[in-house]
Design a binder for this molecule. Structure first.
Ligand SMILES: *Cc1c(COP(=O)(O)O)cnc(C)c1O
Length: 403
């Protein structure tokens, strides 16, 4: 067993060796610009880029021509939200989203609030889910866009995307979903789910960093997005810039592999994740699972260990790479805004860690992680005066602390 052990796959994944192999020729002899129409270097690159579109399209059930290449999910979400606002936001200035979205959705929406748009921020339930009825009730005649992620990166909760899509269809409202965590892990059908725009990123599915795909519906009805970056007019004018051909080849290959192994790998990950949870829950009192018990990504386990700081726990298990709070804001000591929006108390939120498993984890590593976590939690609790008081039957929440 090699250490440290990586269990932070929702933050990023290693490039699968098969993906790297597919990319290498495009760094060497096949280095052409996909927009060069006058010679074989360009044609070879264009062919590779089109193959990538087909590979992504197969995963989500769209036409290859409906895939645009981006630099990843942050850019994809910005093009989807700001591009839609610039295209359709002249009269309709209302957007519906959820408080637990990734910052790459939250921040473009906040920006639009400064530009005269009104955003309804839906509150998820205790498990992190929003319902189609919540969306239905929030829809208005001037709603321009609904943006709800497929699965949450921090807690793994999966939203009822098909029902939300149906609610949007009833009112002919554009529906964007950030599917970065669901892509290649869960079935996606953009027609059955009435998705207008969908975001994915290669580095969350064993592809390279800095490349991703954006599905933009071409029919029933056709969706148009104003560009965010202006230039050479590549990607149907919606995303200018020379295409990252090796990255795109890697993204396509990563998508194909994830899709072909999805069912089997999903079962393997669910098995490991559930054994990890059972192992911790059997041996440690006062721990809680954050997120939905069943509507959850197969690889994600977010756990709170009462009376312990997530940050201290991470130090105590330095052989295992996990994350605490929100991965993207873990430099700050603010408790996770995702857990907070779900109504999780600050003390429980502070004591949470996210374990996200992936393709290269083994059963042996799960066993190691259970033992390491149990040992670290017991050790930290022994040092914790709060835990000692709780053991003596004192209700910590009712203690009057002297100033
Ligand atoms: C990682 C992630 C993003 C950001 O993707 P990048 O490709 O790193 O920009 C956006 N949304 C979700 C849900 C993510 O997990």
């Amino acid at each position: 067993m090699n250490k440290p052990i990586y269990m932070d796959y929702n933050a990023t994944t290693p490039v699968d060796p098969r993906v790297l192999e597919a990319m290498l020729p495009y760094f060497r002899g096949q280095f052409g610009n996909a927009a060069s129409k006058s010679h074989a270097f360009g044609w070879t690159a264009e062919k590779a880029v089109d193959k990538g579109r087909e590979q992504l399209a197969t995963v989500i059930g769209c036409d290859p021509s409906e895939i645009l290449w981006t630099s990843g999910a942050t850019e994809g979400n910005n093009i989807a939200i700001i591009g839609a606002a610039r295209m359709y936001g002249e009269k309709n200035k209302h957007i519906i989203t959820c408080k637990t979205e990734h910052k790459a959705v939250v921040d473009p929406c906040k920006y639009l609030e400064t530009q005269g748009f009104e955003v309804t921020w839906l509150d998820p339930d205790m498990t992190g889910r929003v319902s189609a009825d919540q969306v239905r009730e929030a829809l208005r005649d001037d709603t321009m866009l609904v943006s709800i992620m497929y699965a949450n990166n921090e807690i793994g909760t999966v939203h009822p995307i098909e029902e939300i899509g149906a609610a949007c269809k009833e009112r002919s409202v554009l529906f964007h979903t950030d599917a970065t965590q669901a892509f290649g892990k869960l079935p996606i059908d953009v027609d059955a789910m009435n998705i207008s725009v969908l975001t994915m990123s290669a580095h969350k599915v064993y592809g390279p960093k800095g490349v991703g795909g954006l599905f933009v519906r071409k029919r029933n009805p056709r969706v148009r997005l104003q560009p965010v970056v202006y230039g050479g007019g590549q990607e149907r004018g919606m995303r200018s810039g020379t295409l990252n051909v090796p990255g795109i080849v890697g993204c396509g290959m990563a998508a194909e592999l994830a899709f072909s192994e999805m069912k089997q790998e999903g079962e393997r990950l669910t098995g490991m994740r559930d054994r990890l949870w059972a192992g911790l829950n059997d041996r440690l009192p006062e721990i809680t699972l954050n997120g939905h018990p069943t509507h959850r990504l197969p690889n994600t386990l977010n756990v709170s260990f009462k009376y312990i700081e997530g940050e201290s726990l991470m130090m105590g298990i330095s052989d295992i790479a996990v994350s605490s709070g929100s991965a993207c804001t873990s430099a700050s000591l603010e408790p996770s805004y995702v857990l907070r929006a779900m109504g999780v108390g600050d003390d429980i939120a502070h004591s949470s860690i996210r374990i996200s498993l992936g393709r290269f984890n083994t059963d042996e590593e799960i066993t190691f992680a259970i033992d390491a976590l149990v040992e670290a939690v017991n050790k930290l609790r022994e040092l914790s005066p709060l835990y000692e008081m709780a053991q003596e039957g004192i209700d910590i929440s009712k203690v009057q602390w002297k100033a």
